[in-house]
Ligand binder design. Sequence first.
Ligand code: PMM
Length: 265
Amino acid sequence: MGVVNVTPDSFSDGGCFADPRDAVAHALALVAAGADVVDVGGESTRPGAEPVPFDEELRRVLPVVEALAGHVRVSIDTMKPAVAEAAVRAGATLVNDVSGSLDLAQVAAAHGVGWVCMHMQGSPRTMQHRPEYRDVVTEVTAFLARQGAAARDLGVGEVWVDPGIGFGKTMAHNLALLADLPRLVDAGFPVLVGTSRKSFLGRLLAEADGGDPTPTPVGDRLEGSIATAAWALLHGAAMVRVHDVAETVAARRALLSPAQAGVPA
Ligand code: PMM
């Protein structure tokens, strides 16, 4: 899944593709690089981000969804049911819901499209103020299993679950969720994981560079993004959400080729 943020302020690429024409060109480049799905978002979910009004979010995403729908599977990254509904009418076939709310599952059920249920503690504005869990893996897995089952009961045929790396989580929480990913896989839904360019990688890579406390900048997190995407794929994730599609596709090919080498054609 390639990331297409049509926002002025996303943490990794904010402002790069705020013009719909640039966003469409970028998305088509991601498809050429091997993306199976492009995830179009018009509201930044970076920590501290303020909500975007409905009409502004729609103005950003709709032309991009319409232009891409005939070329590639389009996912709409939104927390607003009305934006999801409009995007699905414009051709999106996956609703990527970082709030994990059944309101969006209802939209997916009504239109016969897929739904991604992501776990987040709190809201983007406040989520990184002291996130707390007694047992992060158990709590996140239980939430996703419950919401996934409820969505199926509502009639959603295609349900994905996502642990929500960086959404109301400390670095220790993120690492615990990645380390124990097979537990989430065992919940029985296909798993999506997004680690690409996230701030915990900035800290991990800085520490690997010799303990400098300054996080590695967003543009220098490629190795960490690829390593964690590879980890997720090897531990059962069925899809990874990434900015650097060509590099991740190449890494996946190298990763899976040895595993497939012994299988007769
Ligand atoms: N991360 C971001 C936005 N949307 N959706 C899902 N399902 N999973 C994620 O991890 C996720 C997401 C934040 O990253 P961005 O600002 O670079 O898009």
